[in-house]
Design a protein around this ligand. Structure first.
Ligand SMILES: [Zn+2]
Length: 694
């Protein structure tokens, strides 16, 4: 008997809201009635139903054709998708001990389920037969693409391997699913268990009102009412590091922040990293690739590790030079202030703020009152209206997973319903760190005109009661970024679920999001939406100008901390053996080889690098920079048109990028939009780098 069957026996339920039709408004999942206890039986039921559907396709006596094989596959698993979407929305944004336990149970069961489907011999024979005949099948371009993508996914999952290799691969996948889940739960546990309590005015030295208010709110949320708390959420740590005059406390917090998953004990991730690396090497070998990176990149725009390294290294040298020059300038400030110490990683943000003040006459405390969360949300909506004709109307009475979640109905220029947008903006201890977009339902037209339910999750520090939540400029950029992903989901206009919205190659998926960030820093947007939280006055013209001029400030640091993470990720997945693998030694060796400045730490150190150990970006963290080459070049299309809302360019962007999902090869889509592929020159310019002479 499988473990799955035991779970059914243990808590089969007849009254499970996850398994009934969602008849509420817009078919939104009934979050108000869903209990963690419903998931076990819902998953078991959905796995079994999906398996039966797929078995019927594989055993169909009729000759395989697109309808009875590919389209049937696209229709299958609807219940599982629904249960998964709800579960992972909760496990990411509002988890608890019960959900964490179910997550650990479901991860290997889900891997086992997909192994059974993707390694099914009879099923793959049908897909392979259709794939060989694809040019003779009279398929639409979209159908042909969907057939090809299914074939790629099955092949890459091991469908064509011999039985012994399949069996080993299946065991590897199940174990990796367990490791992946444990990794992210350990990071969450380290974040939840940490709170730097600030006691009295001395500990608060240097902190402006908005940082104090956020620290009060964080204390409240953790049951420490009346105190001030710094958490390991980026939106909490970074402002503290930027403003706190207490060097000792900066060091303390910073060390805790970069030690997530690396603290020894039950939540340490190092042994799991070694095991993960070894299993990924073995998986790649079984599938015929020399390393995991080769395997991963074969199904990406970049295609090879060499192409990735070439881009990362091209940016690395000028970024490092720029960062080192900034370091020297900051060390001079330390000296001039009589500080008798070498700049350390926990000093960077504090002195960078002083350097920005000196160079650009700009400081966070002056800028921040102009970036109210609600106005920045409006700015993101306004931009979508100007570019794509969308409008957003707030909805109440929609079931959500937490009181802080807000919902809007999205309509197009003709007033037609396009979907719902859910915004979950505030940090809380039940939420994983970071920011992401996800969906509760994807757009598709195969089973009716199915409209998407799209979610943005962020970790902004919530203001106290009655106060407007203020964002840093980086927070505002994050909001625009995730909203760009949201539009990719909302504007999706395809027939088949497999290629809907953001179901695209990883190094293409960051284009719609990063491109969207460009509009935030436009005078057209700032004049209208950057208004003072107390007076309502628009941002003064000279401040606006200084803000825009400062856009390349500290780009050396930002690029170095990012690129170091991307290079370590690449190096890690180019390993051909994991014998005696030690992630600490590996990290040091990899960083010393590239000449990592001692004053900068990787944006994500391996022990808490969820992107690559718990999030599908393994050997693919470079994707942000790959997409940025395109977004820098793509935004230039609007600048060349002389209008950042140029209707013709916006229409082309909609038709070839935001609405197309995985309809075509990304390089073809980009070329259709821009007439050619981009080079890295626009990116070097955007970041304010000149190329290194040597
Ligand atoms: Zn993104």
């Amino acid at each position: 008997m499988t473990q799955q069957n035991q779970i059914v026996a243990a808590d089969a339920g007849t009254d499970n809201p996850l398994l009934r039709d969602w008849s509420g408004p817009f078919g939104v999942p009934p979050f108000d009635r869903i209990e963690p206890g419903h998931f076990r039986s819902a998953f078991a039921h959905a796995f079994a139903e999906h398996e039966a559907e797929v078995a019927a396709i594989a055993a169909d006596p009729a000759t395989p054709n697109f309808a009875n094989t590919i389209e049937a596959l696209e229709r299958s698993g609807d219940e599982l998708t629904r249960v998964e979407n709800v579960f992972y929305a909760l496990s990411g944004a509002h988890t608890n001990d019960a959900i964490l336990a179910i997550e650990r149970e479901i991860a290997p069961l889900s891997a086992k389920h997909w192994n059974r489907i993707r390694m099914d011999e009879a099923l793959f024979r049908r897909i392979d037969m259709l794939h060989r005949a694809r040019d003779r099948l009279a398929l639409s371009a979209e159908q042909k693409r969907v057939l090809e993508r299914h074939h790629v996914k099955f092949t890459r999952a091991g469908a064509a391997l011999d039985p012994a290799a399949k069996q080993r691969l299946a065991a590897i996948n199940e174990r990796l699913a367990v490791l992946d889940t444990a990794f992210s739960q350990n990071v969450l546990a380290d974040e939840q268990s940490y709170a730097l309590v600030l006691d009295g005015e001395q500990d608060l030295a240097g902190l402006p009102d908005f940082v104090r208010a956020a620290a009060r709110e964080a204390a409240d949320e953790r049951g420490l009412a009346g105190k001030h708390v710094v958490t390991l959420s980026r939106s909490s740590v970074e402002p503290f590091l930027q403003f706190s005059a207490r060097r000792d406390l900066r060091e303390k917090t910073f060390r805790a922040w970069i030690a997530r998953g690396d603290g020894g004990g039950a939540t340490d991730n190092k042994a799991m990293i070694a095991e993960t690396v070894a299993l990924r090497i073995e998986r790649a070998r079984l599938l015929g690739y020399p390393t995991f990176a080769h395997y991963r990149l074969a199904d990406a725009m970049a295609k090879t590790p060499e192409a990735v390294r070439s881009l990362l290294e091209r940016m690395w040298a000028p970024a490092r030079m720029s960062a080192l020059a900034d370091r020297d300038a900051m060390q001079a400030i330390v000296q001039a202030e009589g500080g008798n110490f070498e700049l350390a990683p926990w000093d960077w943000r504090y002195y960078a703020a002083k350097l920005r003040k000196a160079r650009c006459d700009l400081d966070e405390a002056t800028v921040k009152p102009y970036f109210q969360l609600d106005r920045i949300i409006e700015a993101a909506f306004y931009t979508a209206n100007r570019l794509f004709g969308l409008s957003f109307a707030p909805l109440t009475g929609i079931p959500v997973w937490h009181d802080d979640v807000r919902v809007w109905e999205v309509r197009d220029a003709a007033g037609r319903h396009r979907g719902l947008f859910f915004g979950d903006y505030f940090a809380r201890s039940s939420k994983h760190s970071g920011a992401w977009m996800t969906s509760l339902r994807d757009q598709q037209k195969l089973t009716g005109d199915i409209r998407p339910l799209i979610v943005n999750v962020m970790n902004f520090c919530k203001a106290g009661d009655g106060e407007p939540t203020l964002l840093s400029f980086d927070d505002a950029k994050t909001l625009f970024h995730e909203f760009g992903h949201a539009l990719h989901g909302l504007l999706s206009d395809v027939t088949y679920p497999l290629i809907s919205g953001t179901s695209v190659l990883t190094d293409w998926v960051e284009l719609p999001s990063q491109l969207y960030e460009h509009w935030l820093l436009r005078p057209e947007i700032l004049r209208r939406f950057a208004v003072h939280c107390d007076t309502g006055a628009p941002i003064p013209e000279d401040l606006l100008r200084r803000l825009i001029d400062a856009r390349t400030f500290n780009q050396g640091f930002i690029t170095v901390e990012y690129t170091a993470s991307a290079l370590v990720d690449l190096d890690l997945h180019l390993q051909t053996s994991a014998e005696g693998f030690d992630i600490t030694r590996f990290e040091q060796a990899s960083l010393s080889r590239i000449g990592m400045p001692a004053e900068i730490v990787m944006r994500h150190r391996p022990t808490h690098f969820g992107h690559i150990f718990a999030g599908g970006y393994a050997a693919a963290y470079y994707s942000y920079m790959w997409s940025e080459v395109m977004d820098a070049d793509a935004f230039a299309a609007f600048e060349e048109a002389g209008d950042v809302f140029d209707p013709a360019t916006a229409k082309s962007l909609h038709d070839h990028v935001y609405s197309t999902g995985g309809l075509r090869d990304p390089a073809e889509l980009y070329t259709a939009f821009r007439g050619r592929l981009p080079t890295a020159d626009a990116l070097l310019r955007k970041r304010g780098f000149s190329e290194a002479p040597a």
